[in-house]
Design a protein around this ligand. Structure first.
Ligand SMILES: *Cc1c(COP(=O)(O)O)cnc(C)c1O
Length: 476
């Protein structure tokens, strides 16, 4: 057994660190090692329990109701509000869209109006549930445009969405106005607070300026907020909160017309592990309201320091003053953004490249955790060194012929062999690779620069082909 655990530990050696305060995407680090031990013990203790039947495992029902109650209080929900624990932000978003669709059964071709900054999960929901996503361009402040949103609504519209804040730029949409226009039309307004919902209430309490965005805003019908982000819970837990039980009703699924047990589910999953529920519950008990205020203060002060570090670099510019703990910045022509990301990686800092979008250049994204506060001097130094190294290296050159080809390719016309060629050309698959034929270079500036030139449909197709080749059974 020890041998198996040792092999797991070895496998994990290739992963990004989850508790260094230096991985500034994907993971949210409280900086409290004892909290991680507690969470791991709770997940382990409940890993085999099943949320499928709340009467069979009343412990899970109790923990879910505790988690929802805490979330509702935090987000100033009125009496009568309810909620559901889901497996993550994407599931919360999918259910919000499904619920809106099914609340208006007479609408045969339902649509939702979303800002162009909305999380990709809403496009996944559109794809899964046949709801048209009407995408409204955001203004120069990267916030949803209220007049254009109103103009995009018609009789088919069942849902208006705003983010608090958006993932890419970290700013809060004008929720009061979006919710008002939804209420006027008798339709739903979902606030996607997956990433900011556990920080913004504390930011306001700490005296920072936070625009109104939660259930205190009339017309907001549901909110998604992830426990596994700034709730610092282990992965696999999010909340979908509803203003009242009528809003939630279309989400509840029951099926009696088969020879098995009567199926009764509140989420997309049926069998679902109690592990993440217990993990989130344990973390919530341990941290508590005062603890979250302290962790939010740390994350927000670390964010201020990250902004200052970026602004101290003449080659960098913060895209929008952050409303919570997410920072996006651009580079000028002297500093290649993708080389900068590689240089940060080499110094042990993971920051996330975001490709160009419409007329906006590529950006670098940083999600700041509480644990980052202890390392802001290291971040500032690494950023300064990385900018200098990227400027020194000069811009990444994409062969103009390759660039021209990329501009002309239509993903719909490409076959498997063409994708093999493209992946090889991009350096994502190489002959010198492992047995599985894949190579994942640590320096990715050239790949990113090439992908950055591709239009989104081609980028998506290449990445799907890449994922297809990544996901192959391990050779014996
Ligand atoms: C993370 C995130 C999601 C999706 O959540 P997952 O937990 O990754 O499935 C949705 N919306 C926003 C704004 C997010 O940041």
């Amino acid at each position: 057994m020890d041998d198996v655990l040792a092999r797991l530990e070895q496998l994990r050696g290739d992963d990004l660190p989850v508790h260094s305060g230096r991985t500034l995407a994907y993971v949210y680090d409280s900086g409290m090692p004892e909290l991680d031990r507690l969470a791991a013990a709770a997940v382990g203790a409940f890993a085999a329990t099943n949320g499928l039947d709340p009467t069979a495992f009343p412990s899970l029902l109790r923990m879910e109701n505790d988690l929802v109650a805490f979330g509702l209080r935090l987000l100033t929900a009125p009496e009568g509000a309810v909620g559901t624990v889901t497996s993550g932000g994407t599931e919360s978003v999918l259910l919000a869209v499904q619920g809106a669709r099914d609340a208006f059964p007479h609408v045969s071709r339902p649509s939702m109006v979303v800002p162009d900054t909305v999380h990709a999960a809403f496009h996944k929901a559109a794809h899964y549930f046949g709801v048209e996503a009407r995408v409204v361009p955001t203004g120069s402040d990267f916030r949803a445009d209220v007049a254009t949103t109103a103009a995009a609504c018609d009789e088919s519209t069942v849902l208006v969405v705003g983010s608090a804040p958006s993932y890419a730029h970290g700013v809060v949409d004008p929720i009061t106005d979006l919710a008002a226009l939804a209420a006027e039309r008798g339709i739903r307004c979902h606030v996607d607070a997956c990433i900011g919902g556990w920080v913004l209430p504390y930011a306001a309490r700490l005296g920072r300026a936070v625009p109104a965005w939660d259930f205190a805003v009339p017309g907001v019908t549901s909110i998604s907020v992830d426990l596994h982000k700034y709730g610092y819970a282990p992965k696999g837990a999010s909340l979908l909160l509803h203003r009242d039980s009528a809003v939630r009703r279309p989400q509840l699924f029951a099926w009696a017309d088969w020879p098995g047990y009567t199926m009764l589910n509140s989420t997309m999953q049926s069998t679902r592990s109690g592990g993440p529920v217990a993990g989130a519950w344990a973390v919530l008990q341990q941290v508590g309201d005062a603890g979250y205020e302290r962790l939010s203060d740390q994350a927000l002060r670390a964010t201020d320091a990250v902004v200052a570090a970026v602004e101290a670099q003449p080659a960098l510019r913060v895209v929008a003053a952050p409303d919570s703990t997410l920072v996006a910045f651009t580079t000028d022509e002297t500093c290649d953004p993708f080389t900068l990301v590689d240089e940060m990686t080499e110094r042990g800092w993971y920051v996330q490249p975001q490709m160009r979008f419409r007329d906006q250049p590529a950006t670098v994204h940083v999600s700041v955790s509480a644990a980052t506060l202890a390392h802001v001097e290291g971040f500032t130094a690494a950023l300064a060194e990385s900018v200098a190294a990227a400027v020194q290296a000069g811009p990444v050159q994409v062969d103009p012929e390759v660039a021209a080809v990329v501009g002309l390719l239509d993903p719909a016309t490409l076959d498997d062999a063409a994708f093999d060629g493209l992946l090889a050309a991009a350096g994502l698959v190489s002959e010198s690779a492992d047995a599985d034929g894949l190579s994942l270079p640590t320096r990715r500036a050239e790949i990113n620069a090439l992908l950055d030139l591709a239009a989104p449909p081609l980028r998506e197709a290449v990445m799907r082909a890449f994922l297809d080749r990544l996901s192959r059974p391990t050779p014996p």
